[in-house]
Write a protein that binds this ligand. Structure first.
Ligand SMILES: [Zn+2]
Length: 251
Protein backbone atom coordinates (compact mmCIF):
# COMPACT_ATOMS: atom_id res chain seq x y z
CA UNK A 1 0.00 0.00 0.00
CA UNK A 2 1.36 3.35 -0.96
CA UNK A 3 1.03 6.44 1.10
CA UNK A 4 0.06 4.82 4.36
CA UNK A 5 -0.24 7.55 6.90
CA UNK A 6 1.47 6.92 10.20
CA UNK A 7 -0.60 7.81 13.20
CA UNK A 8 0.60 8.34 16.75
CA UNK A 9 -0.98 6.07 19.35
CA UNK A 10 -2.86 9.05 20.72
CA UNK A 11 -4.30 9.83 17.28
CA UNK A 12 -5.32 6.22 16.86
CA UNK A 13 -6.98 6.16 20.25
CA UNK A 14 -8.82 9.38 19.51
CA UNK A 15 -9.92 7.95 16.17
CA UNK A 16 -11.10 4.75 17.82
CA UNK A 17 -13.08 6.55 20.52
CA UNK A 18 -14.70 8.79 17.91
CA UNK A 19 -15.51 5.79 15.78
CA UNK A 20 -16.93 3.88 18.73
CA UNK A 21 -19.11 6.77 19.84
CA UNK A 22 -20.37 7.37 16.32
CA UNK A 23 -21.14 3.74 15.68
CA UNK A 24 -22.87 3.47 19.06
CA UNK A 25 -25.16 6.28 17.90
CA UNK A 26 -25.87 4.32 14.73
CA UNK A 27 -26.57 1.24 16.86
CA UNK A 28 -29.10 3.23 18.87
CA UNK A 29 -30.85 4.26 15.67
CA UNK A 30 -30.91 0.64 14.53
CA UNK A 31 -32.36 -0.46 17.86
CA UNK A 32 -35.20 2.04 17.36
CA UNK A 33 -36.23 0.08 14.28
CA UNK A 34 -36.29 -3.02 16.48
CA UNK A 35 -37.60 -6.19 14.95
CA UNK A 36 -39.56 -4.30 12.30
CA UNK A 37 -37.21 -4.88 9.33
CA UNK A 38 -37.18 -8.61 10.04
CA UNK A 39 -40.93 -8.78 10.63
CA UNK A 40 -41.58 -6.97 7.35
CA UNK A 41 -39.30 -9.35 5.43
CA UNK A 42 -40.92 -12.41 7.05
CA UNK A 43 -44.42 -11.16 6.21
CA UNK A 44 -43.44 -10.48 2.61
CA UNK A 45 -42.11 -14.04 2.29
CA UNK A 46 -45.25 -15.46 3.86
CA UNK A 47 -47.52 -13.50 1.51
CA UNK A 48 -45.53 -14.66 -1.52
CA UNK A 49 -46.02 -18.25 -0.39
CA UNK A 50 -49.74 -17.79 0.28
CA UNK A 51 -50.26 -16.10 -3.09
CA UNK A 52 -48.56 -18.99 -4.89
CA UNK A 53 -50.88 -21.39 -3.05
CA UNK A 54 -53.90 -19.32 -4.03
CA UNK A 55 -52.87 -19.42 -7.71
CA UNK A 56 -52.46 -23.17 -7.47
CA UNK A 57 -55.99 -23.65 -6.07
CA UNK A 58 -57.41 -21.35 -8.76
CA UNK A 59 -55.73 -23.42 -11.44
CA UNK A 60 -57.12 -26.60 -9.91
CA UNK A 61 -60.63 -25.11 -9.93
CA UNK A 62 -60.21 -24.18 -13.60
CA UNK A 63 -59.15 -27.74 -14.36
CA UNK A 64 -62.18 -29.23 -12.63
CA UNK A 65 -64.51 -26.70 -14.33
CA UNK A 66 -63.10 -27.76 -17.68
CA UNK A 67 -63.70 -31.41 -16.79
CA UNK A 68 -67.36 -30.64 -15.95
CA UNK A 69 -67.79 -28.97 -19.31
CA UNK A 70 -66.34 -32.01 -21.06
CA UNK A 71 -68.77 -34.28 -19.26
CA UNK A 72 -71.68 -31.98 -20.17
CA UNK A 73 -70.63 -32.12 -23.81
CA UNK A 74 -70.49 -35.91 -23.57
CA UNK A 75 -74.07 -35.97 -22.23
CA UNK A 76 -75.25 -33.87 -25.17
CA UNK A 77 -73.54 -36.22 -27.55
CA UNK A 78 -75.21 -39.24 -25.93
CA UNK A 79 -78.59 -37.51 -26.02
CA UNK A 80 -78.05 -36.82 -29.71
CA UNK A 81 -77.27 -40.47 -30.32
CA UNK A 82 -80.30 -41.62 -28.35
CA UNK A 83 -82.53 -39.34 -30.44
CA UNK A 84 -80.98 -40.80 -33.57
CA UNK A 85 -81.60 -44.35 -32.35
CA UNK A 86 -85.23 -43.50 -31.60
CA UNK A 87 -85.73 -42.42 -35.17
CA UNK A 88 -83.99 -45.53 -36.46
CA UNK A 89 -86.20 -47.73 -34.31
CA UNK A 90 -89.23 -46.45 -36.21
CA UNK A 91 -87.95 -48.13 -39.33
CA UNK A 92 -86.61 -51.42 -38.02
CA UNK A 93 -87.02 -54.41 -40.28
CA UNK A 94 -86.57 -57.21 -37.77
CA UNK A 95 -86.23 -58.08 -34.13
CA UNK A 96 -82.47 -58.40 -34.25
CA UNK A 97 -82.09 -54.85 -35.51
CA UNK A 98 -84.51 -53.61 -32.85
CA UNK A 99 -82.51 -55.25 -30.09
CA UNK A 100 -79.26 -53.88 -31.42
CA UNK A 101 -80.68 -50.35 -31.35
CA UNK A 102 -82.06 -50.91 -27.87
CA UNK A 103 -78.66 -52.02 -26.67
CA UNK A 104 -76.99 -48.94 -28.12
CA UNK A 105 -79.59 -46.70 -26.46
CA UNK A 106 -79.06 -48.36 -23.10
CA UNK A 107 -75.34 -47.92 -23.41
CA UNK A 108 -75.73 -44.22 -24.08
CA UNK A 109 -78.10 -43.92 -21.11
CA UNK A 110 -75.44 -45.51 -18.94
CA UNK A 111 -72.88 -43.10 -20.34
CA UNK A 112 -75.16 -40.21 -19.36
CA UNK A 113 -75.59 -41.55 -15.81
CA UNK A 114 -71.86 -41.96 -15.42
CA UNK A 115 -71.23 -38.43 -16.70
CA UNK A 116 -73.85 -37.06 -14.30
CA UNK A 117 -72.13 -38.83 -11.41
CA UNK A 118 -68.79 -37.34 -12.50
CA UNK A 119 -70.34 -33.87 -12.68
CA UNK A 120 -71.81 -34.25 -9.19
CA UNK A 121 -68.47 -35.32 -7.71
CA UNK A 122 -66.59 -32.59 -9.52
CA UNK A 123 -69.08 -29.95 -8.37
CA UNK A 124 -68.51 -31.05 -4.77
CA UNK A 125 -64.77 -30.87 -5.33
CA UNK A 126 -65.10 -27.33 -6.67
CA UNK A 127 -67.11 -26.14 -3.69
CA UNK A 128 -64.51 -27.63 -1.38
CA UNK A 129 -61.72 -25.88 -3.27
CA UNK A 130 -63.71 -22.66 -3.34
CA UNK A 131 -63.81 -22.81 0.45
CA UNK A 132 -60.05 -23.27 0.62
CA UNK A 133 -59.60 -20.42 -1.84
CA UNK A 134 -61.78 -18.07 0.17
CA UNK A 135 -59.86 -18.88 3.35
CA UNK A 136 -56.56 -18.30 1.55
CA UNK A 137 -57.75 -14.95 0.21
CA UNK A 138 -58.90 -13.85 3.67
CA UNK A 139 -55.56 -14.90 5.14
CA UNK A 140 -53.66 -12.96 2.49
CA UNK A 141 -55.80 -9.88 3.06
CA UNK A 142 -55.15 -10.13 6.79
CA UNK A 143 -51.38 -10.46 6.34
CA UNK A 144 -51.41 -7.65 3.78
CA UNK A 145 -53.05 -5.43 6.36
CA UNK A 146 -50.48 -6.26 9.02
CA UNK A 147 -47.68 -5.79 6.50
CA UNK A 148 -48.79 -2.34 5.43
CA UNK A 149 -49.10 -1.24 9.09
CA UNK A 150 -45.61 -2.50 9.91
CA UNK A 151 -44.18 -1.08 6.72
CA UNK A 152 -45.56 2.37 7.40
CA UNK A 153 -44.26 2.22 11.00
CA UNK A 154 -40.84 1.30 9.66
CA UNK A 155 -40.96 3.95 6.95
CA UNK A 156 -41.78 6.57 9.58
CA UNK A 157 -38.83 5.54 11.72
CA UNK A 158 -36.54 5.41 8.70
CA UNK A 159 -37.65 8.84 7.54
CA UNK A 160 -37.18 10.27 11.03
CA UNK A 161 -33.74 8.74 11.37
CA UNK A 162 -32.50 9.26 7.86
CA UNK A 163 -30.78 12.57 8.51
CA UNK A 164 -29.11 11.39 11.69
CA UNK A 165 -28.08 8.12 10.10
CA UNK A 166 -26.44 9.89 7.19
CA UNK A 167 -24.68 12.30 9.53
CA UNK A 168 -23.27 9.58 11.79
CA UNK A 169 -22.35 7.33 8.88
CA UNK A 170 -20.30 10.15 7.44
CA UNK A 171 -18.63 10.80 10.80
CA UNK A 172 -17.88 7.09 11.14
CA UNK A 173 -16.13 6.89 7.79
CA UNK A 174 -14.14 10.00 8.60
CA UNK A 175 -13.09 8.51 11.93
CA UNK A 176 -12.03 5.30 10.20
CA UNK A 177 -9.49 7.27 8.23
CA UNK A 178 -7.69 8.08 11.47
CA UNK A 179 -7.21 4.47 12.47
CA UNK A 180 -4.77 2.23 10.68
CA UNK A 181 -6.29 -0.77 8.85
CA UNK A 182 -4.91 -3.42 11.19
CA UNK A 183 -6.24 -1.75 14.30
CA UNK A 184 -9.51 -1.05 12.53
CA UNK A 185 -9.85 -4.72 11.67
CA UNK A 186 -9.38 -5.78 15.28
CA UNK A 187 -11.76 -3.05 16.43
CA UNK A 188 -14.40 -4.39 14.08
CA UNK A 189 -13.78 -7.95 15.15
CA UNK A 190 -14.18 -7.08 18.84
CA UNK A 191 -17.25 -4.96 18.10
CA UNK A 192 -18.95 -7.81 16.29
CA UNK A 193 -18.33 -10.22 19.12
CA UNK A 194 -20.31 -8.19 21.65
CA UNK A 195 -24.04 -7.68 21.52
CA UNK A 196 -23.77 -4.11 22.72
CA UNK A 197 -21.22 -3.39 19.98
CA UNK A 198 -18.68 -1.90 22.39
CA UNK A 199 -15.07 -2.47 21.35
CA UNK A 200 -13.52 0.62 22.94
CA UNK A 201 -14.35 1.31 26.57
CA UNK A 202 -13.05 3.65 29.25
CA UNK A 203 -11.58 2.52 32.54
CA UNK A 204 -14.12 3.52 35.14
CA UNK A 205 -13.70 3.12 38.91
CA UNK A 206 -10.60 0.93 38.37
CA UNK A 207 -12.48 -1.44 36.12
CA UNK A 208 -12.95 -2.20 32.43
CA UNK A 209 -16.02 -0.32 31.22
CA UNK A 210 -17.03 -3.35 29.18
CA UNK A 211 -16.76 -6.31 31.53
CA UNK A 212 -16.01 -4.55 34.87
CA UNK A 213 -12.87 -6.58 35.35
CA UNK A 214 -10.34 -4.95 37.67
CA UNK A 215 -7.63 -2.91 35.97
CA UNK A 216 -4.52 -2.58 38.19
CA UNK A 217 -3.00 0.91 38.80
CA UNK A 218 0.15 0.08 36.81
CA UNK A 219 -1.93 -0.75 33.76
CA UNK A 220 -4.12 2.32 34.29
CA UNK A 221 -1.11 4.59 34.20
CA UNK A 222 0.11 2.92 31.01
CA UNK A 223 -3.31 3.51 29.49
CA UNK A 224 -3.12 7.19 30.47
CA UNK A 225 0.25 7.59 28.75
CA UNK A 226 -1.21 6.84 25.31
CA UNK A 227 2.02 5.09 24.29
CA UNK A 228 0.41 1.86 23.16
CA UNK A 229 -2.97 0.34 22.56
CA UNK A 230 -3.92 -1.69 25.61
CA UNK A 231 -6.69 -4.25 25.77
CA UNK A 232 -8.63 -5.65 28.70
CA UNK A 233 -7.09 -8.98 29.61
CA UNK A 234 -10.50 -10.37 30.47
CA UNK A 235 -12.73 -9.32 27.56
CA UNK A 236 -10.22 -8.15 24.95
CA UNK A 237 -11.82 -4.73 24.50
CA UNK A 238 -9.59 -1.74 23.82
CA UNK A 239 -9.18 0.32 26.98
CA UNK A 240 -8.86 4.10 27.14
CA UNK A 241 -8.67 6.44 30.09
CA UNK A 242 -11.80 8.28 31.15
CA UNK A 243 -10.34 11.66 30.33
CA UNK A 244 -9.66 10.79 26.72
CA UNK A 245 -13.07 9.17 26.42
CA UNK A 246 -14.80 12.21 27.89
CA UNK A 247 -12.92 14.70 25.75
CA UNK A 248 -14.37 13.30 22.59
CA UNK A 249 -17.93 14.27 21.96
CA UNK A 250 -19.90 13.10 18.99
CA UNK A 251 -22.79 15.24 17.92
ZN1 LIG B 1 -13.00 -6.02 29.89
Amino acid sequence: MANVKEFSVEEKLNGLVTLQKTESKLDELRILKGELPMEVADLEDEITGLTARQTRVEEEINGVTEFIQQRKDAIKESEGLIAKYEKQSENVKNNREFEAINKETEMQQLEIKLAEKHIKDATEEISEKAGTLEKAKKNIALKDGILSTKKSELDKIIAANEKEEKHYSKLASEAKEHVDPRLLASYEKIRKSYRNGLAVVPVERDACGGCFYYVPPQKQSEIKQHKKVIICENCGRILVDEELANNIEVK
